[in-house]
Design a binder for this molecule. Structure first.
Ligand SMILES: [Zn+2]
Length: 434
């Protein structure tokens, strides 16, 4: 019936100058877990919190600010503590005595978002970027668990832990390896529809107008208002700093907090709307453009925009994980110059800022909406060609306003779409599938 799961311990060859990055990553990871445990454990005065979602909502932003960990590691730290809290609550219910979970063992949880697992090495996310650690393999691994599971292509890597042996000073990966049972393979074409159909929601991010525009035509968030609020805060802060008194200084700090909270709320709201779009259209994937170097690439992107885009992406990423939706980034090249209808790509195409007009087929639509469809299509192409770990040559499609588009340009209208469907749409705010 179920999967075969084996844990294989393999020694890592960590360059001496990077060891400290791993130790600091562990310290910050445990900080996340312990902070969460302290927050969640309310026995005997109140019920303990055992909801991961509640814990993430309450603590994620704070822990992101307090640590240099990636979003995924913060989330894993929170979840580890919530799991422990749950077991504690179960023990209390059994009449056993127990206390608030505390984490001090050297251990960091990695999954495929925070690590890239290979057969001969692993790439781990740390407080100081990624580090590549080759495995130290035995001379003759054949009859060992390493040969049987770690090097065996029938097994895939699952959530694993990084550990450290204080006595030898060595790092070990405890890799959890999973093999799907044969029956499951045979049934997979009928039993798992999510393995069969891949539908991509494209998301285009902007510094003005709507913060995010989806390939389904949803216009989400208000970047103009964010800019306005930001400017107002800066103005007030400027005049306060001139006053220079201690009380003025304190109100600047509280204003920073208020500004920060307001932005985070807006970004949470936007991320929820993106996920609603994805869910409404039964998307298996959400595509964003690559956010690295976005400030060099996009004129008008200020530091706070780059921060907001990254934060929005992270919110979507961790919430999507609970829904089983995959998030990927694609190269932003030509996404604003390509016509999402006929494919004609020309720099003249993207000339007007807010309206896209194709020089070849004369298709006109909102420029951000056009870009979001191209972003969806890029991921679709990648999934189709099998370049990501999660694809398997299954049919792929983009989620669009009133149906889906596959790579051959075949349009499949959804049940409730109108006859003109895709070709004439000028999107209206936030509603899709009319
Ligand atoms: Zn065109």
């Amino acid at each position: 019936m179920g999967d075969v799961i084996r844990t294989v311990k393999v020694k890592l060859d960590v360059r001496r100058e990077r060891c400290d990055d791993l130790h600091q990553t562990k310290d910050q990871f445990l900080h996340c877990a312990n902070t969460t445990a302290e927050w969640a454990w309310r026995h005997p005065d109140e019920y303990c919190v055992t909801s991961k979602q509640k814990a993430e909502t309450a603590l994620y932003d704070r822990l992101r600010d307090e640590t240099e960990l990636t979003a995924n590691l913060v989330q894993k730290g929170i979840r580890r503590a919530i799991e422990a809290t749950k077991s504690g609550v179960a023990r209390l219910k059994n009449g056993e005595t127990t206390s608030q979970p505390h984490f001090d063992a050297w251990s960091v949880v990695y999954d495929k978002r925070s690590a890239t697992f290979h057969r001969d090495h692993v790439s781990l996310s740390t407080v100081n970027g990624r580090i590549e650690c080759p495995y130290v393999l035995p001379d003759d691994p054949e009859q060992t668990p390493i040969g049987e599971y770690l090097l065996n292509e029938d097994y895939e890597f699952r959530m694993s832990t990084l550990q450290y042996d204080r006595s030898s000073g060595e790092f070990y990966l405890h890799a959890r390896m999973r093999r799907a049972e044969r029956e499951e393979h045979e049934q997979s074409t009928t039993a798992f529809s999510d393995a069969e159909h891949r539908t991509v929601l494209g998301v285009d991010l902007n510094v003005d107008g709507s913060l995010a525009v989806t390939s389904t035509g949803a216009f989400i968030g208000n970047a103009d208002e964010m800019n306005h609020r930001r400017r107002e805060f800066e103005k007030t802060r400027g005049s306060m700093q001139q006053t220079g008194t201690r009380s003025a200084h304190l109100s600047i700090q509280s204003m920073d907090d208020r500004e920060h909270r307001w932005m985070q709320n807006e970004l949470h709201r936007a991320s929820n709307q993106i996920l609603e779009e994805a869910r409404d259209h039964e998307c298996t994937h959400i595509a964003f453009e690559n956010l690295t170097d976005i400030r060099d690439r996009m004129p008008g992107v200020k530091r706070f925009h780059a921060w907001a885009f990254r934060r929005l992406y992270e919110y979507v990423e961790y919430k999507a994980e609970m829904l089983g939706i995959e998030i990927e980034q694609v190269s932003p090249a030509y996404t604003s110059q390509r016509c999402s209808k006929c494919g004609f790509t020309h720099e003249e195409n993207g000339r007007s800022k807010h309206q896209f007009a194709c020089q070849k087929c004369e298709y006109e639509l909102n420029a951000d909406y056009n870009a979001s469809k191209n972003i969806a299509r890029k991921l679709l192409k990648r999934l189709h060609s099998g370049q990501t770990s999660s694809s398997g040559g299954a049919p792929c499609q983009c989620a669009l306003t009133s149906g889906t588009l596959n790579l051959n340009g075949e349009f499949i209208a959804s049940v409730d779409s109108t006859a003109e469907g895709e070709s004439t749409d000028k999107p209206t705010t936030s509603v899709v599938g009319n």
